[in-house]
Design a protein around this ligand. Structure first.
Ligand SMILES: Nc1nc2c(c(=O)[nH]1)N(C=O)[C@@H](CNc1ccc(C(=O)N[C@@H](CCC(=O)O)C(=O)O)cc1)CN2
Ligand SMILES: Nc1nc2c(ncn2[C@@H]2O[C@H](COP(=O)(O)OP(=O)(O)OP(=O)(O)O)[C@@H](O)[C@H]2O)c(=O)[nH]1
Ligand SMILES: [Mg+2]
Length: 451
């Protein structure tokens, strides 16, 4: 069988700055040919880690542009390889000419994510950190950017590694118990093993919740507003959006179709969907609207049920049944401004608001954030971005830990060791210590070119 191609022998090139014209544009080269390419382009080999001004010339010696050249020597660079950068004027034509020249000089075009992939392969970043680079670039606001920055700094990876290290120690212990199977398990520290297992389970659960919040920071949350006609669903959408997106009238049955709006709540990107009021009967248009509302709920992470605070029983059963399709439900009693002053307080777990006056919106924001990030308020201090694949891996690690615990109780040491190994491997997939090529290819191919 032929050996797999050694791509690290290739020298790659790409424009690192965004498409289109800009003040400055950067062409980045990585790989063993970097120094020679820089030498040919600049007429001298630029010194490493020094800023130099140079004319970038073509094969005929004609100037393509003048600019700044930077060189890094392996392993002290972003990719861990020899790197050269040409910082030219940000003209797409100039940048493309520089890329073409680099290719003539032996480089090839980089694939999407290939710089980050090389940084990973060369041990500059682990897999979760490399993903955080892409998440940082894509971050929609400063809260998300800070969280991606923390993941890039290894905040998430360190917590994964700490649990993985403990797991490894535990595996060693259990393997030793298997080797000394003649001795009674008590003398082999069975109690200690179980205590450590319990501690690790808690740590894993906490990390899982944090990563889940990190997913919401990255991917946002999908919430559907439902309730009986005229309860103020569209008014609530408008209040959260901060502008009159949806038509609001005092006619029951105003909203027919789904209306989608993306709003930001302190770093949480919320996709809100306004729906037709749910009620029995209705004309064919309303019934189609209600059908769409129910369809949307099946995909929703959160149902926001809006009821009239003056008569919250009206339409509640119908709304509750529909909302049960969503992963979670938030109960809102609207039109609080119409309640008499001596009205009793709202029931526990219900938010009382006035979409018209804006009363209670701060509490609603807090509740939405709690739905996304958990009670610990992830999404602010110490939060990091994470991806669905990380949460899935943490879930698998936890399930294997349960299986190990169960096997230990039955004194099935071989099974316990096997489950512990499974748990350890699941954690390794997050940081890339255990990462099938297909997984790596899939992850990096979603990055942009030049990253
Ligand atoms: N011009 C430019 N700016 C950029 C990048 C780049 O590639 N080019 N980056 C691309 O993403 C980011 C910076 N990332 C970098 C990461 C490590 C090293 C580096 O030289 N690392 C060495 C030395 C570390 C040190 O002395 O602090 C190393 O890791 O050994 C450089 C850039 C953002 N800004
Ligand atoms: N006083 C008061 N009126 C409100 C409040 N929220 C909504 N309304 C009024 O209630 C009526 C219905 O509001 P909408 O937002 O259209 O209600 P909806 O739930 O979207 O109704 P449909 O789309 O018909 O199902 C309008 O006249 C609103 O101005 C509120 O907080 N206080
Ligand atoms: Mg409406």
């Amino acid at each position: 069988m032929p050996a797999p191609a050694d791509h690290s022998a290739d020298t790659i090139v790409a424009i690192a700055t965004p498409p289109g014209a800009g003040g400055v544009g950067i062409v980045r080269v990585s790989g063993p040919g970097s120094a020679a390419i820089a030498g040919a382009l600049c007429g001298f080999v630029p010194p490493v880690r020094r800023v130099r001004h140079a004319r970038f010339v073509d094969a005929a010696g004609e100037t393509i542009d003048d600019g700044i050249v930077l060189r890094f020597a392996a392993p002290a660079s972003f990719t861990g390889e020899d790197v050269a950068e040409f910082q030219a004027h940000g003209s797409p034509a100039v940048l493309q000419a520089l890329v073409a020249r680099c290719c003539t000089l032996g480089a090839r075009m980089a694939r999407p994510g290939e710089y980050s992939e090389r940084a990973f392969v060369n041990g500059k970043l682990d897999l979760a950190q490399a993903e955080a680079v892409a998440d940082l670039i894509a971050a929609g606001d400063l809260v998300a950017a800070r969280a991606a920055r923390r993941a890039l700094d290894g905040v998430f990876s360190q917590r994964v590694d700490a649990i993985a290290d403990e797991l490894l120690a535990l595996r060693v212990h259990v393997e030793a118990m298997i080797d000394f199977a003649d001795e009674p398990l008590e003398t082999l520290g069975m109690d200690a093993v179980q205590a450590r297992l319990a501690r690790m389970r808690d740590a894993l659960a906490a990390l899982r919740d944090a990563a889940h919040g990190g997913c919401k920071l990255r991917d946002g949350m999908h919430a559907v507003i439902v309730g009986p006609p005229n309860a103020g669903k569209s008014s609530l959408l408008n209040a959260l959006a901060g502008s009159e997106r949806a038509i609001v009238t005092d006619v029951a049955g105003t909203t027919r179709d789904l209306l989608r709006e993306t709003v930001r709540v302190d770093g949480l990107e919320l996709t809100l969907v306004d729906t037709a009021g749910l009620h029995a009967g209705g004309d064919s248009i309303e019934r189609e609207g209600m059908r769409r509302a129910r369809m949307e709920l099946e995909r929703a992470e959160l149902a926001i049920v809006v009821l009239d605070a003056r008569d919250p029983a009206a339409g509640r059963e119908e709304a509750a049944a529909a909302a049960a399709q969503a992963t979670a439900t938030l109960w809102v009693h609207n039109k609080a401004d119409l309640l008499p002053d001596d009205a009793p307080p709202a029931a526990a777990g219900v938010l009382r608001i006035s979409a018209r006056r804006g009363d209670g919106l701060a509490g609603l924001h807090a509740a939405l954030r709690e739905q996304a990030f958990g009670a610990a308020g992830e999404g602010s201090e110490g939060a990091f971005t994470a991806r669905a694949r990380h949460v899935q891996a943490l879930d698998r690690a936890a399930a294997e830990l349960e299986a190990a615990d169960e096997a230990l109780r039955r004194q099935a040491l071989d099974l316990a060791a096997e489950a512990l190994r499974g748990s350890h491997d699941a954690l390794g997939e997050i940081t890339g210590k255990v990462a099938p090529d297909a997984l790596l290819g899939h992850i990096f191919s979603t990055f942009c070119i030049g990253k």
